[in-house]
Design a protein around this ligand. Sequence first.
Ligand SMILES: Cc1cc2nc3c(=O)[nH]c(=O)nc-3n(C[C@H](O)[C@H](O)[C@H](O)COP(=O)(O)OP(=O)(O)OC[C@H]3O[C@@H](n4cnc5c(N)ncnc54)[C@H](O)[C@@H]3O)c2cc1C
Ligand code: FES
Length: 362
Amino acid sequence: MATDSYELSVLDVIEETADARSIVFEIPADAAEAFDYRPGQFLTLAVPSDLTGVAARCYSLSSTPGDDVLKVTVKRTADGYASNWICDNLRPGDTMRVLPPSGIFTPASLDADLLLFAGGSGITPIISITKAALSRGTGRVVLVYANRDERSVIFAEELRHLAEQYGDRLVVVHWLESVQGLPAPDQIRGIAAHFPTYDAFACGPAPFMKCVIGVLKELDFPRERRHQEKFVSLAGNPFGDVEEAAIAEAEVFEAEHEPDDAPAPEPQPQGAVHVEVDLDGTTYEFDDWPATKPLLDHLLAKGVPAPFSCREGNCSACAFRILEGEVKMEHNDILDDDDIADGIRLGCQAYPVTDTVKGTYS
Ligand SMILES: Cc1cc2nc3c(=O)[nH]c(=O)nc-3n(C[C@H](O)[C@H](O)[C@H](O)COP(=O)(O)OP(=O)(O)OC[C@H]3O[C@@H](n4cnc5c(N)ncnc54)[C@H](O)[C@@H]3O)c2cc1C
Ligand code: FES
């Protein structure tokens, strides 16, 4: 996965609902490979800001692999800066700086049967997965899509067409708060219990996700068949120069760990650490990972194209699985206890606590 940003041209801006716009980008001819993606992944946009220079925000791709354009769909957040800027300002012919696709909210196999839950703008990665599974896979897809009311349903027309085209494989359950109230655990359980072998994906507002994930846990959906994407805003700027940012972060880390009145340090390897990671079929091995540097920074400094976006522990683009040894994470806004128990760690936040660390990004 590439780590450079690219200037993409806006081909179209589509008004999806009163408060949601899709932005259609041209796939850059000289970087088509960097913009290959899996359904459910997201782009990171550099939204211009007089205040901070750039407000970096992630937006899931609502297009699907194989489309000849890239499309993201942005819903206005009340009092939000970037979402309103995008909806108010972007026009066809404009350009925008974008980081290539990232993220792990994507089915391992498009042939699996899928149980998809979307709330509001959470439909964005879910429709990409739906279209990919129907057009390229062989499984069945059940989509439960919750919205405030009929007028706020993004992609209503597209879903209708898909249901007509794939009537034998796709079931769409529309849930309107104006008619049925907010979905309650019993009601979600009543649906999910019929599909205990499906791969489940959920994306939407926090209470909706809490309800869905809680039910899936109760129904014993195993961790590898229970996926969620949290929509949070990045606080930092991942568009900066990687090396400089890595050095700055290492310095901050060191400053924050001055011995004086600092709490008792966690056990740390005495010398440099041996690290081995698998990424896209290649194993990278180094003997000089300093205990004061996050794994991501070390890999990038070595020229390894390790994935990342926010570099702050709140997007999961850098997630990998520990196979041997252990790391501690400085910050984690995105992984839940099950993820941690499952060995998932954030590369951008991972400092070694053992002399050897082995992991995989696959
Ligand atoms: C993986 C992922 C995928 C996502 N996919 C989608 C998607 O498909 N669709 C979607 O709609 N959302 C998506 N999101 C959410 C999206 O990234 C934003 O969090 C959302 O649009 C809200 O951003 P906002 O700036 O409008 O609101 P906020 O983040 O709430 O904006 C307020 C913040 O902006 C700051 N701010 C205020 N004024 C300025 C200024 N002038 N300059 C700079 N900063 C300022 C304030 O400090 C405040 O913190 C996704 C998030 C993630 C992590
Ligand atoms: S890059 Fe976003 S959590 Fe690590």
